[in-house]
Design a protein around this ligand. Structure first.
Ligand code: SF4
Ligand code: SF4
Length: 371
């Protein structure tokens, strides 16, 4: 059956290129590694998109479409592809077309259908945690997950930014829209982005963003689609702000080895590798230990691209693989991450993992409930 697949049609060259390739990128894909099946290699997923474009039997459409979500968006395949083929970008366009054609996996459709309720719950949590504000030149984005799961920690993050840059206000009641982008709901994402921009307010010209995924969304997708107002002169990840203000950071006494995990969106996504290391070495007053994979080859935690809801067992297995890497370095290594999903994935896999934001707050003497 031939569907209307306008975004995938624009990627027909890319899907064809993978189809005829000897799969150079195969070892890079965390989903393919843990599932051990050809159908979920970057090649297999692009082939599924190619087949959707060519038309398959109605009974086979949903299984082909599901391949678009068998991806964390980690970008690791791009590091081994000699043809610069845009796999993640193509799969995410496949998501949008599949959702529009109502052949998306059920958890994805449920996320989109439940967005209004989810947004209301976030606003309620943010108001209760006093993470809504306006009027300052700097707006701090603590991240929805932090607001929902650790409101005191999110308040500490906002206070810590205040210690570094002066007056700032929190944007905790509106999501940047990243989950809708991952779901393939482009219109929903654009609507949510407009709400987010309104919540940042007219006065803010600089954003400090704690979560790597939010920072990537605001720095890549917003400009790409003309969603970022011109008055936003600087959108920084928190590690970059702390690196600029490094003299403000005070040492924190801690025993044992500490390693930085390069999250996919901050590292491969934004090219930010040095700032978290500079900040952590300043805080520790000594060198970090290195994980077996790092920088552009850093392993994915399995927390991105909605994989934890579309393929939960795979997401857990990917986290276990990363936990195994951490244990190769030492049984008690503490991991610092800038990605809330990675922190959650690593903790579930039994690794001591903390947000960089927590370390920065401790270093600046922001403790307790941060009131
Ligand atoms: S992403 Fe590149 S290396 Fe991987 S299958 Fe496609 S063309 Fe080949
Ligand atoms: S972006 Fe990551 S998860 Fe997606 S196909 Fe490439 S390597 Fe696999």
């Amino acid at each position: 059956m031939n569907r209307r697949l306008p975004l995938l049609e624009g990627r027909a060259d890319a899907t064809a290129r993978c189809t005829y390739c000897p799969k150079l990128c195969r070892p890079a894909c965390p989903v393919a590694t843990v599932e051990g099946r050809e159908t979920v290699t970057p090649w297999g997923k692009m082939r599924a998109m190619d087949e959707l474009l060519r038309g398959v039997e109605p009974a086979e459409e949903a299984s082909r479409a599901a391949m678009a979500w068998a991806c964390t968006g980690c970008g690791r395949c791009a590091t081994l592809c000699l043809l610069d083929n845009p796999v993640a970008e193509t799969l995410f366009e496949g998501r949008a077309d599949a959702l529009a054609n109502r052949i998306a996996p059920a958890p994805v459709s449920q996320l989109v259908a439940g967005w209004t309720d989810r947004r209301a719950r976030l606003q309620e949590a943010a108001l209760e945690a006093r993470l809504v504000g306006a009027g300052a030149r700097v707006a701090v984005v603590p991240g929805c997950r932090a607001v929902r799961e650790d409101p005191a920690g999110a308040r500490r993050t906002v206070r810590a930014v205040g210690e570094m840059v002066g007056a700032c206000h929190a944007v905790g009641g509106e999501c940047c829209g990243a989950p809708l982008w991952d779901a393939g709901d482009r219109e929903g994402f654009f609507r949510q982005a407009a709400r987010f921009v309104a919540a940042v307010g007219e006065d803010a010209t600089e954003l400090v963003v704690a979560d790597a995924g939010c920072a990537w969304t605001l720095r890549t997708l917003y400009p790409q689609f003309g969603l970022a107002p011109e008055r936003w002169t600087r959108v920084e990840h928190l590690s970059e702000t702390a690196a600029r203000k490094i003299d403000r950071l005070q040492p924190v006494a801690v025993d044992g080895d500490v390693a930085v995990h390069d999250s996919c969106r901050l590292g491969r996504g934004l090219g930010v590798y040095d700032a978290p290391r500079q900040v952590m070495e300043r805080i520790l007053g000594r060198a970090l230990v290195a994980l077996p994979t790092s920088h552009e080859h850093s392993s994915c935690s399995g927390g991105g691209g909605l994989l934890p809801i579309t393929r939960p067992a795979t997401a857990r297995a990917i986290a276990e693989e990363l936990a195994g890497e951490v244990r190769e370095v030492g049984p008690d290594v503490a991991v610092v991450t800038s990605c809330t999903s990675s922190r959650s994935q690593l903790r579930k896999a039994g690794v001591r993992a903390d947000d960089l934001a927590d370390w920065i707050a401790r270093s600046l003497g922001v403790a307790g409930d941060a009131d």
